[in-house]
Write a protein of this length. Structure first.
Length: 194
């Protein structure tokens, strides 16, 4: 893959199975190989809400452990800005996978975890996330879906989610040094470091 240098912060966008997570793992592997003093942390945002999702998470964990045995994993489905503040360090690359599931957790919380105003909470958390990205002392790689390229979705809630994700992607892209769009496993640089 081209542009495999480590940026201070990189947002990787794309559709499902476009190669987003694989690129993030390749960047983490490159970071780990650069120095024995380097470490890498995966901040996973998925919640295991059903059996299929539990199996998917288990498979991802197993595959990642085989490909990147030196990468630690932290699960944080909601307090993402706090996780970045806690784990970012000059010698630690932090991968967030993924922003789309994180936003889902905020806007459509699991039963028992409902928020008073999910849309307001999502806007507040997005603001905190952007500040954490800008202040991070170490490199960041954030993964998210680009879902606004298809037909206009049916249903008010679905359209609201697509709108919210599009706005989140714009905010995070503005805060990141590099933005990469993945399609068919190939990276297209949308924004490069100056």
């Amino acid at each position: 893959m081209s542009t495999m240098t480590i940026a201070k912060s990189e947002l990787i966008l794309g559709g499902q199975k476009s190669g987003k997570s694989r690129r993030a793992e390749l960047l983490a592997g490159r970071w780990l190989a650069q120095s024995p003093d380097h470490s890498a942390v995966m901040v996973a945002t998925a919640r295991p809400w059903d059996e299929e999702m539990r199996e998917r998470i288990r498979r991802h964990q197993q595959d990642r452990a085989e490909r990147l045995p030196g990468m630690a994993t932290v699960e944080e489905p909601v307090q993402l800005a706090q996780a970045l503040i806690q784990h970012s360090a000059p010698n630690t690359l932090v991968v967030v996978d993924c922003l789309t599931l994180w936003l889902t957790n905020l806007l459509m919380p699991a039963p028992g975890l409902e928020l008073k105003d999910p849309a307001q909470a999502a806007r507040e958390q997005a603001g905190l996330l952007v500040k954490a990205v800008a202040a991070a002392p170490g490199p960041l790689v954030l993964v998210g879906n680009e879902i606004g390229l298809g037909v206009i979705p049916l249903g008010r809630e679905t359209r609201a989610f697509v709108d919210a994700l599009g706005l989140l992607n714009q905010q995070v892209a503005a805060a990141c040094e590099r933005v990469t769009l993945m399609a068919a496993g190939l990276p297209l640089t949308l924004k490069a470091p100056l």
